[in-house]
Design a protein around this ligand. Structure first.
Ligand SMILES: [Zn+2]
Length: 196
């Protein structure tokens, strides 16, 4: 290997070509416990306006770390070949950490769900992950799906979690307004004034 890669990959994993030669992946070569650190991503951070003009290979391997900021690996290492799955065994811890969501056995491919970090449409694709509940298409708005918010609670990047919290607060405010409208809580004084 030439230069030290910008990402860290636990010594319990290795990157290699998939059996069907469709691309690189990372595999456990030792058992990994739930909660254990798998990788820490590194590289150069770009703002959206610059990022979208980078070569496709760099955009594909990047990690969205903020609403408009993207981490691109330089140089690329084994740890940057973590694929997407709709049934992942790993999730994010903070902006750049990847941890095991459950115990992982030797030989298992380690994947996370890109909905945990993506809120922009820079890497949308037809998903062929083969999971029973595969959503077929992976896009920048997948984090909005209630079932994913529930399944990946605690494993979203901070910028995505902020959006989820804001969305929930908005929904609660709307429901409160609807309840008040139904009970006429705000309408009463007006009516009372009109018919005095
Ligand atoms: Zn899928």
């Amino acid at each position: 290997m030439s230069k030290q890669p910008s990402s860290y990959l636990s010594s319990k994993l290795e990157g290699r070509l998939k059996a069907d030669k469709s691309g690189n992946s990372i595999y456990a070569i030792e058992p990994i416990n739930k909660g254990e650190l798998i990788a820490v991503f590194g590289g150069v951070v770009y703002e959206w306006e610059t990022f979208i003009h980078l070569p496709e290979i760099e955009r594909m391997l990047c990690l969205q770390v903020e609403d408009r900021h993207f981490l691109v690996p330089r140089p690329i290492g084994e740890g940057d070949y973590v694929n997407h799955s709709c049934n992942p065994n790993a999730g994010l811890s903070g902006q750049i950490g990847l941890v095991a969501m459950r115990d992982i056995q030797i030989g298992e491919e380690v994947c996370f769900d890109y909905a945990m970090c993506d809120t922009m449409p820079y890497d949308e694709f037809e998903c062929l992950c083969g999971a029973p509940h595969c959503r077929g298409k992976v896009g920048g708005n997948d984090w909005m799906r209630p079932e994913l918010q529930k399944r990946y609670a605690g494993f979203f990047a901070p910028h995505v979690q902020r959006k989820i919290d804001a969305q929930k607060a908005e929904r609660r405010a709307f429901e409160r307004a609807m309840r008040n409208a139904k009970t006429g809580a705000h309408a009463k004084p007006v009516v009372a004034t009109m018919y005095k």
